[in-house]
Design a protein around this ligand. Sequence first.
Ligand code: HEC
Ligand code: HEC
Length: 325
Amino acid sequence: MSHPLKHWFESQKQTRKFHPAWIALAVSATLGVAGIIWVPAELVSRAEAPTAHPPPPPAADNKEMHPADMPTVIEQTPGPARLRGAKTIRVDFSPPADAAMPTDEFGEAVRLGKNIFTDTQTYARGYVGNKLNCVNCHLDAGRKRDSAPLWAAYVMFPAYRDKNKHVNSYEERLAGCFRFSMNGKAPAPDSKEMIALISYSYWLAKGAPTGIALKGRGYPKLADPQQPPDEGRGKLVFEANCALCHGADGQGTQVSGRYVFPPLWGQNSFNGGAGMSQIKNAAAFIHANMPLGKGNTLSEQQAWDVAKYMNSHARPPDPRLAKSS
Ligand code: HEC
Ligand code: HEC
């Protein structure tokens, strides 16, 4: 009993307030708790780590398989979350084919919704204050990935939006595009037009999980531009890549009174409160989708520059800024 430590142990034993065996007990308990925390954390980080050779997408390249028959795949290698609030898991989803649209009363509403979406000027004329149709910015009847497709939007509402600082229903989100992008006034929540647009979106999202950012939602976010967006450079990009369809004056091209190429600015275009009037949204949309059929061919800098040029022109004012008398 000469060793000081041994001496300390003995004295502790005698006070009967402490037994050395408790140390062993405490150490094993600590290891046990650490294990409970560490093991799942390790599993999660493994699941999230990108693999060097991601498995090939199961059906995306299979031209023979009908999109409606393609399996829903939970990605093993999640890409960067594109939107605020997006979950880490990103799911591959394809909406059903038009041929699968039901023929009953519900199908009628879905069909009307598609008509309103693709030809808003005819089917919801009273609610529109410019010459655009919803499909002009949500390509392929609201189906195309990376152009804010309806199926990906539908499953993400209700959601809080910074734009109006409250939780928005899906219907309120649709109303926002009527008010700003279409420079109009939304149909009432229980109107046949609004119910039709919701029905069409709901039907496109058939089978998709709710509350998860599906692959292709919104527009792929661009990195900050290397050089500040520049109107002068943007004008050159516009003349070389856009004027052919949208007109040298950006007013679009009409054939027998109908716009085949929509106006990009001026009284017939979206207003100053629209998402597209923010350069970062416009640049992202343009980079992924324009020139039509040749998305992702402009450099990101070109997309920033031409977006800046487009939005340097006059357009209807943001209705939220209108003075109330
Ligand atoms: C001038 C272009 C433009 C037009 C026209 C337009 N939108 Fe949009 N829409 C946008 C932009 C920009 C966003 C925001 C996309 C984002 O946040 O990534 C958006 C977002 C949406 C969303 C939510 C998408 C999501 O994933 O959260 C829905 C739904 C929607 N629009 C429906 C409509 C409907 C219905 C119409 C026609 C009444 C319409 N839009 C017309 C540009 C447009
Ligand atoms: C080959 C013709 C063509 C070219 C070239 C083209 N666009 Fe478009 N653009 C379209 C069509 C058509 C639409 C509407 C898509 C639809 O309704 O399906 C559109 C839609 C748009 C929209 C959304 C609707 C609106 O009016 O605001 C923007 C913004 C846009 N284009 C910008 C550009 C820019 C910028 C360029 C050049 C980099 C460009 N486009 C080149 C045909 C073209």
